[in-house]
Design a protein around this ligand. Structure first.
Ligand code: AMP
Length: 202
């Protein structure tokens, strides 16, 4: 039986958003991108946005004390299956999620070499309204909702390198955790979005 609780892990620009959304749509799962939620909060200058801003500006992870309650609240409101894009990242986040659930989630991990990530991030855009990811040349408006496409502020090169380092330091142990528990599937994330999706679907 297919799991109804999925988490997507992978380095920045590995395609978590593109692939996660598509899989969630296909399988009728609710979808949450924690990164998109934080960027929206930043733009709307909400309390959450203001608490997260210094971390996002530096390309650092937002502390677990902020992330865990926020995501557990969202998960608690879901009556059916769901897919989380970008959560958990740290080991305490993964453990907190497991403790809160009766059915533990399965993880899909997108693997993409660093050089390919750098190439992707140099030309990616995101819709300010629906957060769909696009490439330069697809603009000026979002093909899905007509919103404005913009580069992500946190994709600037020094910020991106910090996020890559944070990924190695904090997310790799989380991936090991899912692997040890036999709940991880590592997917080759290189190639066209359709090729990658073929592998993600499994
Ligand atoms: P993403 O859109 O998934 O690349 O996330 C963008 C940024 O949001 C990350 O670089 C982090 O600063 C922050 N963020 C998103 N999800 C998390 C999380 N689970 N834990 C900590 N920080 C997060």
């Amino acid at each position: 039986m297919k799991s109804r609780h999925l988490v997507f892990l992978g380095p920045p620009a590995s395609g978590k958003g593109t692939q996660g959304r598509r899989l969630a749509d296909d399988q009728g799962l609710a979808y949450l991108s924690t990164g998109a939620l934080l960027r929206q909060a930043l733009r709307n200058q909400t309390e959450l946005g203001e608490r997260a801003r210094p971390y996002l500006d530096r390309g650092e992870f937002v502390p677990d004390e902020i992330m865990v309650p926020m995501v557990l609240e969202w998960v608690g409101h879901q009556e059916n299956g769901w897919l989380l894009d970008g959560f958990p990242r740290t080991l305490p986040q993964a453990e907190a999620l497991d403790e809160a659930l009766s059915e533990e989630p399965r993880a899909i991990i997108l693997h993409v070499p660093d050089e390919e990530l750098r190439r992707r991030v140099a030309c990616r855009l995101e819709c300010v309204d629906c957060h769909r990811v696009a490439r330069e040349g697809e603009g000026p408006t979002c093909p899905t909702c007509g919103g404005r496409l913009e580069p992500r502020a946190d994709d600037a090169s020094s910020n991106f390198e910090n996020r890559l380092q944070e990924y190695r330091r904090l997310v790799l142990p989380t991936i090991s955790y899912y692997c040890r528990k036999g709940r991880a599937r590592i997917v080759n994330g290189t190639g066209s979005p359709d090729e990658v999706y073929g592998r993600v679907k499994g």
